[in-house]
Ligand binder design. Sequence first.
Ligand code: IPD
Ligand code: CA
Length: 272
Amino acid sequence: MAIRSATINIMERAARKAARGLVRDFGEVEQLQVSKKGPSDFVSTADFKAEQILRTELKKSRPEFGLLMEESGEERGDGRHRFIVDPLDGTANFLHGIPHFAISIGLERDGEIVAGVILEPIKDELYWTEKGVGAYVNDHRLRVSARDKLPECLIGTGIPFHGYGEHDAFFSTFAAVMPEVAGIRRMGTASLDLAYIAAGRFDGFWEFGLKPWDIAAGVLLVREAGGYVSEIDGGTSVFKSGNVLATNDKLHKPLGDILRKAHGSIRRPKSA
Ligand code: IPD
Ligand code: CA
């Protein structure tokens, strides 16, 4: 059985505490679906409450560490360590009563992600990883899939939506990948998309414009499970552009080639 370090235990404890509130609120959301106003205000509050619990718990154990949180932004710490937190990844699923969402916490040290936890509370799957230690779900070690033939591969993606993302860029890549693979899935929770690659459920994944809190834990999880993560154009600044290509160890070039050909060279934001 894998031994979890003190750091992982702290991150797990914080995630489990926040998850208890989210699961309770998720039960309420199902009741609220029928009202005309819908549950969106309620969900924003659930998201915010989860973030506050995570903040309190992480700060209690590691007061000197900085924080980057989806809702409340950056909080400076010792300048070396930072927790990168998505309190509710898969908000649209949660809002619509779809039981596929997660809490994601990555730990950055000196600019590099060194540990991560992704908790999927409904299935009670705790994905966790530490640099050099491997990737795990609960107590099982994870390894990316061995599939190398695209027509047998299941690929995850993220689809832009109202007011968000480059719709044309997505269409061109989607049209190119679709006829080559066994299927494409849009599950709606990027942290879990990456966890599913680590677990060998997905063989590859691409999405444009993800944020650091969507991917901090998942990127390390995939790498520690033997997979590859880069920008879609092959670059290494995934946390800057958010254009993510993650695959098992066989598909990185073939899937990347299809995406790059479809989209031309992906333009990076000026800051990258
Ligand atoms: C979203 C999810 C989704 C991805 C979006 C993210 P949120 O995060 O991870 O899968 O496609 O780009 O913004 O808003 O649910 O925390
Ligand atoms: Ca997110």
